[in-house]
Ligand binder design. Structure first.
Ligand code: PGA
Length: 235
């Protein structure tokens, strides 16, 4: 099971370091069988810890160059960053990243051998049209993406469930993950209002191999609480 924390534009360099110290301390006693990732803002990138992989929320598909305001491979390498999140709906919608550009990023970072957490998700009006429309929409978000890339992790995050406190229903998650599983053999994460109260049920759904958590990951106690719900520490 994978637990990934997406800080978005929250936390600073200092508070991220404190967060990682605290989460590490909380995890220390438990020996969780989990893969844990934290995606802080670019200014807070730092080395991974023993049990916590630090990844980038975004990066430009070049080693370095004349790309004002961006960070590229050189800047990731300075911190040993080996994991990048791509295709998040906030970047697709707010930053207007096209599928073509996201696929270009994917190809570049896959070529460099990085682990890629690749996000897809439908807006509410598509969900309201039913499972078939959702499937069609999601597969279009895989245009130009190598589904067989061995370091691929996919995160299904319905746009209407992100930051709304309204996670998708268990049957919606199950049906969508089953659809994605037809062609994707790599881990499938669910994201969208995952919290300590709904994590147990979500983690139990077939084909859910982990979660990508925003709001409820910002406090290390809350993020850790989700882990201990799924695998209560043995005393
Ligand atoms: P949320 O965000 O947990 O706050 O809904 C999830 C995400 O956007 O990755």
């Amino acid at each position: 099971m994978i637990f990934a924390a997406n800080f978005k534009m929250h936390h600073t360099r200092q508070s991220t370091a404190e967060y990682l110290d605290r989460l590490e301390a909380l995890m220390e006693a438990a020996e969780y069988p989990f893969k844990v990732m934290v995606f802080p803002p670019a200014t807070a990138l730092q080395s991974s810890r023993d049990w916590i992989t630090v990844g980038a929320q975004n990066a430009y598909p070049a080693k370095e160059g004349a790309y004002t305001g961006e960070i590229g491979l050189s800047q990731l390498e300075e911190f040993g960053i080996d994991t990048v999140l791509l295709g998040h709906s906030e970047r697709r919608r707010i930053l207007e990243e096209s599928q073509e550009f996201i696929a270009e990023k994917f190809a570049f970072f896959a070529e460099q051998g990085l682990q890629i957490v690749y996000c897809v998700g439908e807006p509410l009006e598509v969900r309201q049209e039913g499972d078939e429309a959702v499937a069609e929409y999601l597969w279009e978000q895989f245009d130009g993406i190598d589904l067989d890339y061995e370091r691929l992790i996919v995160a299904y995050e319905p746009v209407w469930a992100i930051g709304t406190g309204r996670a998708a229903k268990e049957e919606e998650i199950a049906a969508t993950h089953a659809e994605l599983r037809r062609r994707i053999k790599r881990p499938l994460l669910y994201g969208g209002s995952v919290n300590p109260l709904n994590i147990k049920a979500i983690a139990a759904i077939a084909d859910v191999d982990g979660v990508l958590v925003g709001s409820a990951s910002l406090d290390p106690e809350s993020f850790h609480a989700m882990m201990s719900v799924v695998a209560p520490p043995q005393v």
